[in-house]
Design a protein around this ligand. Sequence first.
Ligand SMILES: [Zn+2]
Length: 246
Amino acid sequence: MTLQIAAGMVPLVVRARMAGGVAHAVPWGISLDGLLASEIRENTKAAAREAGTDYEPYSFDTVPEDLDLPLARCPGDGADGWHWAATFAYPEDDVPGPHVQYWSARPDQHALDQMSAKLPALVSERHGRYRSRVMPLPLTVCRDLAGRAVGDPAAIIELLTPIVSIGKKRSAGHFHMLTWTVDEEPGADRWEFAHRYPDGALGRTAPHSCLADTATAVATGGEARMGLRPPYMHPACRAQVLFLAT
Ligand SMILES: [Zn+2]
């Protein structure tokens, strides 16, 4: 499987030095291509707001256009099943867990009163939609979150630098990061850096055809329909893919 690599693109490792750890919703980390795509989208929205023009809103009903990321492409199945040459994030120097933090929330009765014209006499804190909650937040405590890719180092660091936190519950001040670094590894195997973690396991969602030419076995987590390109949660971006090993 030969990658489509533009001029100036090299194998590289992106690292986010974490202040304390990161919270994941899934067993694997945040996708580097998804992170870059969301930054490009945010920048496009900001520019449109500045210029007073419209931008295409995100909608499940429209097929999102593929943004031009500073990454190489893997042709995948040779048709629509292509993907960007980047892995999902993996922790480095992580502290063995499990680490679980809890957050709690309860409805603000005064605020509900102000927002609603017909508030019932009692909004129960024990039942129903507005009940109080105590929720677990699983953490990965690590020094760095890293991701492998084949791409344009300067363009990648420019997009990532404004990001100061990553993962869930960022608005509560969690999961602050200290620095972003991009280390070029020009001698590295390009296909490996587009698909595999350093331990050789599959590091991103990928169609079967990606692994057809590999001489060594690649550990995977089985297969199912899931996102292959950002926006990963959009139905139009899903395909039959191999999962990351967990
Ligand atoms: Zn591939």
